[in-house]
Every structure is written in structure tokens, then in C-alpha cells.
Design a protein around this ligand. Structure first.
Ligand SMILES: [Fe+2]
Length: 556
């Protein structure tokens, strides 16, 4: 098939066929907002979106690796049914003879250093921001108290200098108030709890982060209790509640909505508005594979009887609150603002001394993908005017952003220059490859070991008046055998890959475009070597941005 821009179709018959094809696709791919009002999804899943046999074969092969552990799982389940609770953290390893979530985490997950590391290499490395003069601490945190705690906890630098030097960081989970106010109930009426913590961290001399203060709620008037390492058991509980908040934020904000459902809108528009011979369709198609199927199998959705999906149940809020939280995540999302360098700048996490592999490796991938998109677009459009004349790509842009279509805020509503188009195409490719790799493929490693990052607490959080929190109650914060369900799902979701960044069916491209793809492959190989060299120097390896481990689409 020869790739052709719509305005270059010189034969009226082919031009007519092209329009007729797109009309058929628009009839097949229709929007609905039945799920959450700000999230557009496909009304029905067309057959072409179902994965083929190879996909299911690899998925089955992946699950087969759990088989050696099934006797141990059944034994643990039988004991649980007979009334023996999960007593130790090691009991939360349900597949002892299969690949482990993160073996050393059993020993380290309650340490401050591990908590700090997970902010920069964990599942949600985009929640962190610097506290600066431009973006000070949240108002519900009393600044005077933080200054006092900082002076007690940090001796190498004073608070004002640390703020000026971008060495103070904050996590703020205010957006989870809707889950806190509308708790879920599962397993025979057991109440699920989440809080809305604010966490303050200090960047140490070696670049790693250390948590120094946690307030569990968005206290009015800045008078909430702030926990520190000197609170002993209560400090561990505060960190656990911060992990719970981060787990909910990771799935509901960063992952499901701001990757999976943003890509759903992009895929819908691509199928509806770009003819399969459009050169940008040829480029994007490998990045659009499997995602609609994943999103529609997703167990957030209600089943045919109107009951919540099982995965949705394990989050802390009730079903409606969980949906509303996801709707809020989309409302507060801005596509243009989420471009990697803009996101880094907006969160002010640009202090080069901060150990932040997501940022440092991500910039390599962002630059490489941007360059690739720009060179590819140069092969399709000889001038900016060519872009402005391309009515298919402009209809595509409209579909993604419009209120009666994809509802993605901040998406350009038209393209007039090659530069603007290339940045957006590169942004989409980065989102569904490198960024999704970071947000998705650490799930077994971190929330997969449930004591490290449960999605809800099953006892009430401290009220602020306690002087201690006994170990037995802390243990009851964890879900019981339901944790096996989380571990199984995260195992399945993160241990198989069906494609790899940089793979394109070369027969669909002309020689000039093939040369561009070839140079992109060379650059990815160079990045692989560079990240490997960086990893040898790092306190901890970071593998999520290694091109060899990055899938080509949101494939699972
Ligand atoms: Fe994912």
C-alpha cells in the first residue's frame, strides 16, 4: 500500500473510496460516556481490536509460570479458610516457586530509604514535586511546624536554604478526598480506608530522598497532627497510609486515566479519521495495538448485571467515588501540559543532584522520539502548508479534543506546522511506550507485594491522639487473602510483553521513511547502552526506560 496524504489523491475514485472507508469506520467506532462523564470510550469494541492468537499464547505462557506455586497457594488458602490469618509479611508471597515481586522488599519496605526510593523509581514517579518559593507547601500544612521539624531532622542545611536549593519535596494526595469520604465495603462489609496525606521529603547529600514529615489529612487551618520518625510505630503507620494513597493515585490518576483512557481517545480518532494509507496512520498503528481490548476487559467496568468490576473493588472508595475520582483525574489533565519536559518543569523536579532515573532516562527517550517524529514528518509533509491542507489529520485532532468526541483537554484542535504536529505525534508515542513502561511494569514489584502498597487500609487510621499503634492493629490494616488476588493480577499484567519500541512493519513504508525508522533503532540501541552504564553507577538499577523492556503500545 502506498502511503498518501488525502490532498495528494489525484484520482476522484480513490478519493471517494477514502471518504467512504472513513465513514464506515466512524460508524464502527462511536463514543460513549457511560463509564465516567469526562472519559470517552468506545461504545462497542470492533473485532479488529481483539488480540490474535500470539497474544493469548504469550499471556497463557506467562500464567503457566504460576503453576509450580499452586500447591502452596492452595495450602495457604485452606489455612486461611480454617481461620489462620496471614501472620508474617512473608505470608504475602503467594507464589513462592514463581518469579517474585521484589524479594528484598520483604526486609526493606518499611525503611525510610525504601519509601524515598519508591518516589523516584516506583509505580508513580510523577506525584513528586519540589516545594519552592513559587510553589510553597500546601496551605493545610502548617509551615512553622514543618520548619521546626526540618530543623530537628536535618542538620546539614537550614530550611530556607533547602527550599531555595530545591531540596525539599512534597507529595499531596488532596485529590483522594472523594475516596476518603465515600469508603468502599468488601468481603462481607469490611470498611476500606484511605487518607489524604501530605508527605514532606528531604533530598540528602547523595541525591536520595528521605521522608521527614507526614500529615495524614488535609487539616483545616493547618492544625493537623504531623508524624515524624520519632513517632515510632505511628510513623510506620503514617508511611503505610501514604503508600495506600499513592497506590490509589497511581491507578486512578496516573495510570488508568492519564495513559489508558487518553490513549483510548487517540485510538478512536485514529481509526475514525485517518485512512489506513495515511502516512501518520502507518506510523501510529503499531502504537495503537491491543489497548482498546485491555481497556474494555478492564475490571473497573460494571458487569452485565451492573455490579462493579472486581479490580475496582479493591480500591479504597466505593464504586461511584472511584469512578468520580477517575473522572476528576481526566478533568484536571491537560495534554499539552503533560509533555515530559513541561511536566518536569511544572513540578520543579529539575535539580540535577536529585536521584531521579525516571527523569534522567526519560529525557533520553523523549528527545529520541521527538527527533524520530520530526524526521518522519519531514518525509510526509514538504511544507507547513501541506500540514494545514491535510483535512484528515485536522479532523483527527478535533476528534481527540472535542467535547462531543474524545474530551482530551489541552489537545491541539488543529495543526498548521510540521513542528507542532511532530511534537504531538512524538508526545503520543512517548506516552504509550516509555511513560507507560514506567507506570505499568513496576506493579508486580511494588503493589504486587501487598504489605508494601495495599490499596486500602482495613482498620481506621490513627485519629491524631494516639501515642502508639500496636503491631497487631497495624497488621490488620492489610487485606487478608484478597491480597493474593492483587498479586495474581499484577503478576499477569506485568510479566509479559508482546511488542517492543521501535518495531514497525517496514513493508508499509517507503525507503525514505524506512531510513528514518532505521536511524531511530540505532538511537534506541545507543540509549540502551547509556542507561546500562548509568545503572552500573546508580544506588539502584532502573530498568523501566531500557528500550529493550519498553513495549510499543499499551498492550496490557
Ligand atoms: Fe497499563
Amino acid at each position: 500500500m502506498i502511503n498518501q496524504l488525502p490532498q495528494d489523491e489525484t484520482i476522484s475514485r480513490t478519493s471517494h473510496q477514502r471518504r467512504a472507508y472513513l465513514q464506515r469506520m466512524q460508524a464502527k467506532y462511536q463514543y460513549t460516556y457511560a463509564y465516567a462523564e469526562t472519559i470517552a470510550i468506545a461504545r462497542h469494541l470492533p473485532w479488529r481490536e481483539f488480540p490474535g492468537l500470539r497474544y493469548w499464547f504469550l499471556a497463557a505462557l506467562n500464567l503457566a509460570r504460576l503453576i509450580p506455586s499452586l500447591p502452596a497457594l492452595l495450602l495457604a488458602f485452606s489455612r486461611y479458610l480454617l481461620g489462620r490469618p496471614l501472620l508474617t509479611y512473608r505470608d504475602y508471597v503467594f507464589f513462592p516457586r514463581s518469579p517474585q515481586p521484589n524479594p528484598q522488599l520483604i526486609e526493606t519496605f518499611q525503611q525510610d530509604s525504601e519509601f524515598g526510593l519508591q518516589r523516584v523509581i516506583g509505580v508513580n514517579p510523577v506525584a513528586l514535586r519540589a516545594a519552592t518559593l513559587r510553589q510553597p507547601m500546601p496551605q493545610s500544612l502548617a509551615t512553622q511546624s514543618i520548619e521546626r521539624i526540618f530543623a530537628e531532622q536535618v542538620h546539614e542545611i537550614d530550611y530556607a536554604s533547602a527550599i531555595a536549593g530545591k531540596r525539599v519535596y512534597v507529595l499531596d494526595y488532596a485529590a483522594l478526598a472523594i475516596l476518603q469520604d465515600n469508603p468502599g465495603f468488601i468481603d462481607g462489609g469490611q470498611k476500606q480506608h484511605v487518607t489524604t496525606p501530605i508527605v514532606v521529603l528531604f533530598q540528602q547529600g547523595d541525591g536520595t530522598l528521605r521522608p521527614i514529615a507526614i500529615q495524614l489529612d488535609q487539616a483545616k487551618g493547618g492544625n493537623g497532627r504531623i508524624y515524624t520518625a520519632s513517632d515510632g510505630d505511628l510513623w510506620r503507620v503514617a508511611k503505610a497510609l501514604a503508600q495506600i494513597a499513592d497506590g490509589n493515585h497511581h491507578i486512578l490518576y496516573t495510570h488508568a486515566v492519564r495513559i489508558h483512557y487518553v490513549m483510548e481517545a487517540v485510538i478512536m480518532a485514529s481509526r475514525r479519521q485517518l485512512h489506513r494509507s495515511h502516512p501518520l496512520y502507518a506510523l501510529l498503528d503499531p502504537h495503537l495495538q491491543f489497548t482498546l481490548n485491555v481497556n474494555h476487559q478492564h475490571t473497573f467496568l460494571k458487569n452485565r448485571k451492573g455490579q462493579p468490576g472486581r479490580f475496582g473493588e479493591i480500591f479504597a472508595g466505593d464504586y461511584d467515588a472511584t469512578m468520580q475520582c477517575m473522572a476528576d483525574a481526566m478533568t484536571s489533565f491537560n495534554f499539552a501540559g503533560s509533555a515530559f519536559p513541561r511536566d518536569i518543569a511544572a513540578r520543579e523536579v529539575d535539580n540535577p543532584d536529585l536521584f531521579y532515573p525516571y527523569r534522567d532516562d526519560g529525557m533520553l527517550l523523549w528527545d529520541a522520539i521527538q527527533e524520530f517524529a520530526a524526521r518522519y514528518i519531514d518525509t510526509c509533509y514538504r511544507s507547513d502548508n501541506d500540514v494545514a491542507l491535510d483535512h484528515e489529520i485536522n479532523a483527527w485532532a478535533y476528534d481527540i479534543g472535542a467535547q462531543d468526541r474524545g474530551r482530551i483537554r489541552g489537545f491541539p484542535n488543529q495543526f498548521l506546522t510540521r513542528t507542532a504536529l511532530a511534537e504531538t505525534i512524538g508526545h503520543i508515542i512517548f506516552l504509550c511506550t516509555a511513560h507507560h513502561s514506567c507506570i505499568h511494569f513496576n506493579q508486580y514489584s511494588y503493589p504486587g507485594f501487598v504489605p508494601n502498597m495495599p490499596y486500602a487500609s482495613y482498620v481506621a487510621p490513627p485519629s491524631g491522639h494516639e501515642t502508639s499503634f500496636d503491631a497487631g492493629t497495624a497488621q490488620k490494616m492489610l487485606p487478608a487473602f484478597r491480597a493474593a488476588y492483587t498479586q495474581t493480577w499484577t503478576y499477569y499484567l506485568t510479566n509479559f510483553r508482546v511488542n517492543r519500541i521501535g518495531e514497525y512493519p517496514l513493508q508499509r513504508f517507503d525507503p525514505e521513511a524506512r531510513a528514518v525508522i532505521g536511524r531511530f533503532g540505532d538511537r534506541l540501541r545507543a540509549i540502551e547502552g547509556l542507561i546500562e552504564r548509568r545503572n552500573r553507577e546508580r544506588v539502584v538499577r532502573y530498568e523501566r526506560m531500557l528500550p529493550s523492556s519498553i513495549p510499543n503500545s499499551v498492550s496490557v
